[in-house]
Write a protein that binds this ligand. Sequence first.
Ligand code: MRU
Length: 366
Amino acid sequence: MRIDGVSYRTIWLASDGIGVEIIDQTRLPHDFVVLTLRSLADAETAIRDMWVRGAPLIGAAAAYGMALATREDATDAGLAAAYARLHATRPTAINLKWALDEMIAALSPLPVADRIAAAYARAAEICDEDAAMNSALGDNGCRIIADLWAKKQAAGGERINLLTHCNAGWLATVDWGTALAPVYKAFNAGIPIHVWVDETRPRNQGASLTARELNWHGVPHTVIADNTGGHLMQHGLVDLVIVGTDRTTRNGDVCNKIGTYLKALAAKDNNVPFYVGLPSPTIDWTVADGVKEIPIEQRSAREQTHIFGKTEAGTVTEVQVTPDGSPAVNYGFDVTPARLITGLITERGVCPASPEELKALFPERG
Ligand SMILES: CSC[C@@H](O)[C@@H](O)C(=O)COP(=O)(O)O
């Protein structure tokens, strides 16, 4: 992703070869701030407090967290303690556990003295693999958009209108994004595309992050209140929905940011195709029924009762939106059952959301 002519990933090794640099996503969209993580504790805080967020980026940050941890204690006991601390930071995105397991598999067989270098090497590989998978799934999703555009253009349409929820773009991954990778590929290929951006209360990942990155890339978009999508679909103003996912079960149930399920219901009722973009580390092969089995993160009620914004004077500040004393609850995710999903867009291709089709695409895992 390029910002003001400079190419960025969302996470990279600092020039000293030790620290890990990230973009502080809590400061976006108003301020672009790069932070350096120097310890296991820094990585833990960065994930838990959502300086970095989005399933694939959480996994990449956890991998580098393990690398930082090896500098503090690379023994088996040290690795196990680091695994436990990082694993406890956020419960829903399965990429976190996937990346930690990858790191343990790479490090455990090695002598302790070799583990620091190996940990940094595997973390860098995980980042490269994420970028490559997302690029490939972007190509696969772009073909869906191109087909829809060919039909719409033949019928006299002027542009493709795509709706997305939360931020499943470049900022949620190492590069490209998941739901937004097909958008960037389509835009780069000259397909006229416009994105309806759900604001995504309570943390506003749509309004603050998706809008920010589409804006950086020059993709036409419009931010909408979370409840607007159904109305737009009823009036033919949405050609397709693409969202990301924090965990997809082997049956094809999709867990994603709270509110995704309601968009899928509205899409089904209006015959709007509803797709999910996901790199394969987001599939949890150990889980079948997403509603019953996926742990749903509950975050601080303050994220619901308060909101950040920029004043006319240019100061970023937090204000309270609820009356004093009103309780609030903050579920982070919900599960969209496979029956509501048109297709899963992966790095290997697009498949219906079913156990048989997922297994056929990933025979070595299923
Ligand atoms: C490629 S990202 C897919 C999901 O991780 C994304 O849509 C999402 O729900 C992110 O949630 P967040 O709570 O911001 O980490």
